[in-house]
Write a protein that binds this ligand. Structure first.
Ligand code: ITT
Length: 191
């Protein structure tokens, strides 16, 4: 029997396990979905052309390892002038050249348009994996600003402020992750 969903619970009850190593992501998701359980257990992030493929493959792996409701999220920064780079390589690029490297690649570039995309995969035993996504459009700034958030936040600007200059509550009003997590939350509440 399907139960009425409460905060942080899957359709069939029980807490949702959010497989992520990223505390910032977890905090943002938790503010929307309620009490989640962070599972920092790692999973294989395949080389693929889309975030969706990475998330679906990852979900197949973690669903075998964990009981109950499971979700994971793959996100990326897509810079128009760099033809979508770093995109699916965002984690590796952040670890290697970092924000300073992206700013260097953008030196002299007038087109600063970029977007973040978040793809959430969610599954419960006996149910097919559901995918929800969200995007936020902005600009790559000319300098890194702010100390909140994580990852590319200091160089990604919306309405003249970097995402690292606004707090979690404000980021959750506009972000790619807030949109994908809200779409999941809406679906969970449609019992
Ligand atoms: P998990 O895979 O363990 O969840 P991760 O940090 O590796 O954590 P992703 O692969 O989804 O997460 O993220 C790719 C990169 O994009 C990574 O370097 C993140 O820091 C960065 N990123 C993701 N979401 C972001 C956001 O909201 N603001 C700034 N950077 C972000």
């Amino acid at each position: 029997m399907v139960k009425i969903n409460r905060e942080g619970q899957g359709k069939k009850g029980g807490m949702i396990n959010f497989v992520t190593s990223n505390k910032g992501k977890y905090a943002e998701a938790q503010a929307i979905l309620g009490d989640l359980v962070q599972m920092d257990i790692g999973y294989t992030e395949i080389q693929a052309d889309t975030l969706e493929e990475v998330a679906i493959y990852g979900m197949k792996e973690v669903a075998l390892r964990l009981k109950g409701a499971v979700m994971l999220e793959d996100a990326g920064l897509f810079v128009q002038a760099l033809r979508g780079f770093p995109g699916v390589y965002s984690a590796y690029v952040q670890k290697t050249i970092g924000n300073a490297g992206i700013l260097r690649l953008m030196e002299g570039e007038k087109n600063r348009s970029a977007y973040f995309k978040s793809v959430v995969a969610y599954a419960e035993p006996g149910m097919q994996t559901m995918i929800f996504s969200g995007e936020v459009y902005g600009q790559i700034g000319f300098e890194a600003r702010g100390s909140q958030g994580f990852g590319y936040d200091p160089i990604f600007y919306v309405d003249g402020m970097s995402l690292a200059e606004i707090d979690l509550e404000k980021k959750n009003q506009i972000s790619h992750r807030a949109k994908s997590m809200r779409a999941l939350d809406d679906w969970l509440h449609k019992c």
